[in-house]
Design a protein around this ligand. Structure first.
Ligand code: HEM
Length: 403
């Protein structure tokens, strides 16, 4: 680390940062989280009637995620129960085997560095510059609103919706509404929810269908056609991207900023000339926040998880958050144990397809924050509000300013 003038400030409080993270988690899941913690205290794998087999150990979680012959995303109690009625039968997150691998292979072309840069470049350049400018001008910025704008703009670019201010807001609201229907304890959406989710998703994908039919490779649906996807697959994939890639980032980006401000790591980053440090900080913040707090599987064949025997039809709840958190509090100086590494993005055949897109968006906001800290001084949380009873723990608002 090199010293940078004007950046000296006492190290922030790690305990305070972890307390805020706890409030965010608790705000979202005031009942389920304490319950899961009590379950995890009984052992790394515990069968809980009515819930499933709860796994809270990173190495065992990884074994489950890697063994797609025994643990699938298609059987009873799996994500397929939730999403197939809304998205259709073939959208990655409810597929397994050769069909899944083939569709993933085709979609990979959308997540190359070049494709991701084309998709997000203009949005991120404009939002990043505006963020730095505002903080340097001593303005207060709500990072939740900012992350929502970025997510809405990326959805617009993905679906071909016009990215006007209203269009961006509406796209984000729609995505939020669908994700908001899901609860950790609920296995299926109700009939009314499915109808509503389909209608909302239909609004989002109506433009995507036009773009697909026109086959314009400058649009994501047009590119999907070029990559050999049927119209149904393409629209399903757009829906899956909107559902998986919106709330996760709107949850994570403000929490990353809060962790930096609360611990003083914003100043360390701003004063560092280590090109790898930012990546370590982001990885560690993802471990602490685990924006996808749980992953579900259905047991397809008799097997074991650790000491617990499982049988076909069992539901497995991989408690990602607890697996990741067991490695201790936020500490970018210490690499996490191998079993935990990147578990926040999953493992095995369903590993997060959008990781490159997520990384680019996170890095752009982080760079913009650090640039402001370098120029104007430490990041400060002016005020914040925790989101209550949401699926993905988040701040409802996080207003920050520089020194
Ligand atoms: C910080 C942000 C993100 C986190 C923490 C995250 C986390 C995850 C996790 C844990 C899984 C695996 C779920 C499982 O195995 O059950 C997953 C899958 C997936 N993610 Fe992400 N994700 C993020 C952002 C994104 C973005 C921006 C996209 C945009 C396209 C995306 C698209 C997907 C897709 C399509 C899958 C399903 C892959 C498959 O089933 O083959 N994710 N994500």
């Amino acid at each position: 680390m090199t010293g940078a003038p004007g950046l000296a400030r006492p190290a922030g409080s790690l305990a305070e940062a972890m307390r805020w993270e706890e409030r965010v988690q608790h705000g979202a899941h005031p009942v389920v989280l304490p319950f899961l913690r009590r379950v995890a205290a009984r052992g790394p794998v515990v069968r809980v009637p009515g819930i499933g087999v709860v796994v809270s150990d990173a190495a065992l979680a990884r074994e489950v995620l890697l063994d797609a012959a025994t643990f699938t995303k298609t059987g009873p109690g799996s994500p397929a129960d939730l999403w197939t009625p809304v998205l259709g039968p073939a959208v990655l997150l409810n597929m397994e085997g050769a069909d899944h691998a083939r569709l993933r292979g085709r979609l990979a072309g959308l997540f190359t560095p070049r494709a991701v840069a084309e998709l997000t470049g203009p949005v991120l350049a404009a939002e990043g510059a505006a963020l730095t400018r505002a903080l340097v001008a001593r303005e207060t910025v709500d990072l939740v609103a900012m992350a929502g704008r970025v997510a809405g703009s990326v959805i617009c670019r993905m679906t071909g919706l016009p990215a006007t201010d209203d269009g961006v807001r509406a796209a984000f609201r729609d995505a939020q509404e669908i994700v908001g229907m899901v609860r950790l304890h609920r296995r299926r959406l109700t009939g009314a929810q499915v109808r509503r989710a389909r209608a909302v998703l239909g609004r989002l994908t109506a433009h995507a269908a036009i773009a697909y039919r026109e086959g314009d490779e400058a649009t994501v649906p047009g590119r999907m056609r070029g990559l050999g996807l049927s119209e149904r697959e393409a629209l399903g994939a757009v829906g899956a991207f909107v559902l998986t890639g919106t709330e996760t980032l709107v949850s994570f980006v403000p929490r990353l900023a809060a962790l930096l401000a609360d611990t003083g790591w914003d100043v360390r980053l701003a004063a560092s000339d280590d090109p790898l440090l930012a990546g370590r900080v982001v990885g560690e913040a993802l471990r602490i926040t685990a924006p996808t707090p749980a992953m579900l599987r259905s047991v397809e064949a008799p097997g074991r998880i650790g000491d617990v025997a499982v049988r076909p039809g069992d539901r497995v709840v991989v408690a990602t958050l607890l697996c990741c958190r067991a490695a201790g509090p936020f500490d970018p100086d210490t690499p996490p144990p191998a079993a935990v590494r990147q578990l926040w993005f999953g493992a095995g055949p369903h590993f997060c397809l959008g990781m490159p897109l997520a990384t680019v968006q996170i890095t752009a906001v982080l760079d913009a924050l650090v640039a402001a800290v370098r120029e104007r001084g430490p990041l400060r949380v002016v005020d914040r509000e925790v989101a209550r009873r949401v699926l993905i723990p988040a701040y409802a608002s996080l207003r920050v300013a520089c020194a």
